[in-house]
Write a protein that binds this ligand. Structure first.
Ligand code: TA6
Length: 310
């Protein structure tokens, strides 16, 4: 870890630095509200826990792999500038033989722009994504790619993550973005998800079959559903941890719900075999028909605010 570069951003005991693995520095926040861990690799929240909570709010795999070009399993991965498979909207001549799933923001080493202890005791962190390796390769193949990406985090009695994309180019850009948030739950079979009632979805496990969510959502099998044209706050009710997690969002028209369940988890190197029982992804996003068209000079900020109530 290059201390000279990052130590100026420390804030006494409330914001320090360490490494989760050689070459993978993390920011450790411990303020009057909560603790949090943010990886500079991927610009990725890894942990968030208000002091009053006995259990982490954000789920992180015990088998997460910290290696370049590999996304960290868990936390809040940034899916950008495309979601899922390779970006089919903006490409002239894709050079990637195997383009990174969910884009390259989550496999880029981000820079710190600023850190601040706010007057109310919250901690504000601003990170910026430089265009390195995967991004440079993508840019070489897509002359009109001139995007910049910045993230603002506020660690408080809630966790706010805001992702701002700016189109610095001379052509429109069709952007897909998602905050691929993993939440820790007591038992996936015992939680309910409110806020998606009457929302239309695309079921990625059934060849894009569409449907409407009739009632609150229980998860009793593998799920990979994109709920479209919904800006609702989501409530993740978890009686086992005697809490509810409120996930609100701004400038997001899609919400993705994902749990790989037992079989897929057993096929993932970075997923403990039984971990699927204790996680659910609830992802504020703009994907499929909800992608955002950025005109030249335009900025778009996707944000989510996560709050726990007992
Ligand atoms: O958000 C759901 C999803 O798109 C699933 O299809 C699954 O691929 C998941 O993301 C995890 O993707 P990852 O590349 O992180 O393994």
């Amino acid at each position: 870890m290059n201390n000279k570069l990052i130590q100026p951003y420390s804030l006494g005991d409330s914001l320090t630095f360490s490494e989760v693995s050689p070459g993978f520095p993390v920011i450790k926040v411990n303020n009057s509200f909560a603790t949090a861990t943010i990886s500079l690799y991927g610009g990725q929240v890894l942990e968030y826990k208000p002091h009053a909570q006995s259990e982490q709010v954000i789920w992180l795999s015990d088998k997460a792999i910290f290696k370049n070009n590999k996304a960290i399993r868990g936390g809040i991965p940034i899916c950008w500038p495309w979601f899922g498979d390779y970006d089919k909207n903006n490409n002239d001549l894709p050079t990637h033989s195997h383009p990174p799933a969910h884009g390259f923001a989550r496999i880029t080493h981000w820079n710190i722009h600023s850190t601040k202890l706010l007057s109310d005791g919250s901690t504000e962190i601003i990170l910026q994504m430089p265009c390195h390796s995967n991004c440079q390769e993508y840019q070489a193949a897509n002359a009109h790619y001139h995007l910049s990406l910045e993230m603002t985090l506020v660690v408080s009695n809630h966790l706010k993550v805001s992702l701002t994309t700016t189109n610095n180019g001379s052509r429109n850009w069709l952007l897909a973005d998602a905050l691929h948030s993993y939440f820790r739950v007591s038992n996936i079979n015992k939680v309910t998800i409110q806020g998606l009632e009457q929302a239309h979805y695309v079921d990625k496990l059934k060849k894009g079959l569409t449907g409407t969510q009739e009632s609150e959502l229980w998860v009793k099998e593998e799920i990979d559903k994109v709920f479209l044209n919904t800006s609702n706050e989501i409530i993740l009710n978890d009686p086992g941890f005697d809490r509810a997690i409120f996930i609100s969002k701004e400038n997001s028209s899609s919400t993705v719900i994902w749990n790989p369940w037992q079989k897929k988890s057993s096929q993932m190197l970075d997923m403990p075999a039984a971990a699927w029982l204790n996680m659910i992804c609830i992802e504020p996003a703009n994907v499929l028909e909800n992608q955002r068209l950025l005109t030249p000079g335009e900025s778009h900020t996707l944000s989510t605010s996560i709050k726990v109530k007992n």
